[in-house]
Design a protein around this ligand. Structure first.
Ligand SMILES: Nc1ncnc2c1ncn2[C@@H]1O[C@H](COP(=O)(O)OP(=O)(O)OP(=O)(O)O)[C@@H](O)[C@H]1O
Ligand SMILES: [Mg+2]
Length: 364
């Protein structure tokens, strides 16, 4: 589902932008602070409604401007249908349009135009934040398992209600009834996640072998409560602590992923380059499962592709990417050997001082 054009106003240093992209590989090169990451950020914003660099929209809006305006057109390859996405984001408001229809939820964008971003910020987030790790697995479930998102919204509502009850001691007699409903949805969510992790590991082994030359990379899921216990018992045992602190400690909102080499967490044993490739392997495995389940293809954003990778690993990665039937955006400060040799055709863009200049498609 390639993004074929993007018009943007007021994203970071870009005042106005209109770019037509290639359906497969788009290489974006330029000096530091030229706007390469900002261009990927504009695509991510259109696809997800928020940046991968900042949870808040304020830093992304160009200094002195009030709102971001984005219009993008993507192609549904199987049908040939072109869909237009529109997003206006002010400091505290947003408006989403899909083919001219107003949508109330930002999630409508993500559903329509799936994007996977792998940037230095997502690496940092995956290593340091359980929330980001949960978001990684939930990206797949959001797209692949129709019942996951409604279950997740229901769980969040029940959790908020339970936390309110914990803080209101006059209502404690009703907690057991609320817990029963919460546990039911929690187990449903855990079931979806666990099922996905099993399939994920199958695909991960293949990408790990290709990118790292090792098969010992695995991902495991911690459900968010003590292993070997059922959640209803954990909630009962935790009730005093939950009441004292005013929130629920255990549940799928505290689930976590662990990425390991031969059983050891990669953050403890892997080099920087290996960590980068391991996360890429994890995301490519997700993408291949996504394609298998939906028949659709997400767009992949790879910021600073060459950073921390030697030529050989970079070239290997580009060969693997060339085999996946997805649109790929890569950024780099220089257009060098691995970038120019792995693909038969790509579109090259130079980004400098907030201006994007497109070169003719290149065939090496
Ligand atoms: N809200 C904003 N308004 C205007 N300019 C901004 C805003 N936010 C960031 N910038 C500027 O945008 C410029 C481009 O940043 P960007 O991160 O896109 O560069 P880059 O090409 O990815 O650089 P690098 O190679 O160092 O990663 C920076 O100089 C930054 O200061
Ligand atoms: Mg950058």
């Amino acid at each position: 589902m390639p993004l074929i054009s993007l018009q943007a106003r007021n994203v970071r240093l870009f005042e106005r932008l209109h770019v037509d992209f290639g359906e497969r590989l788009n290489v974006i090169v330029g000096p530091n602070a030229g706007g390469k990451t900002s261009l990927l950020e504009a695509i991510h914003l259109l696809a997800v409604g928020r940046s991968f660099r900042s949870a808040r929209v304020n830093p992304v809006i160009r200094k002195g401007a009030d709102q971001i305006v984005l219009v993008g057109r993507y192609l549904e390859a199987s049908s040939g249908v072109v869909t237009t996405l529109g997003l206006e984001r002010g400091r505290s408001s947003h408006e989403v349009k899909i083919d001219g229809r107003t949508e109330t939820r930002l999630a409508a964008l993500a559903k329509a135009f799936p994007v996977v971003a792998i940037t230095p910020d997502t690496h940092y987030g995956f290593e340091n934040s359980a929330k980001q790790r949960r978001a990684t697995i939930d990206w797949s479930l959001f797209h692949v398992e129709q019942q996951f998102f409604p279950a997740w919204l229901k769980y969040r509502r029940l959790l908020r209600q339970r936390n309110a009850l914990l803080r209101d001691r006059t209502q404690h007699a009703t907690l057991a009834t609320w817990d029963a409903g919460l546990v039911c949805v929690a187990e449903e969510i855990q079931g979806y996640r666990q099922g996905h992790v099993q399939a994920w590991n199958g695909a991960l082994g293949r990408y790990s072998k290709e990118l790292l030359g090792e098969t010992g990379l695995t991902v495991t899921l911690k459900p968010g409560w003590r292993q070997g216990m059922v959640l209803s018992d954990v909630l009962r045992l935790d009730r005093e602590r939950d009441t004292e602190e005013g929130f629920t400690h255990a549940g799928p909102h505290r689930a976590d992923l662990s990425l390991c080499f031969d059983g050891q967490p990669i953050k403890d044993v892997a080099s920087h380059g290996q960590k980068k490739l391991a996360l890429i392997a994890l995301k490519l495995a997700q993408i291949s499962l996504f394609i298998e389940h939906t028949g659709r293809t997400p767009t992949l954003l790879l910021d600073d592709l060459t950073a921390e990778l030697d030529h050989e690993h970079c070239a290997r990665l580009l060969v693997v990417l060339a085999r996946l039937p997805v649109q790929v955006f890569v950024t780099a400060t220089a257009f060098d050997a691995p970038l120019s040799s792995a693909w038969t055709e790509f579109r090259l863009f130079h980004v400098k001082h907030g201006h994007v200049a497109q070169s003719e498609p290149v065939s090496p």
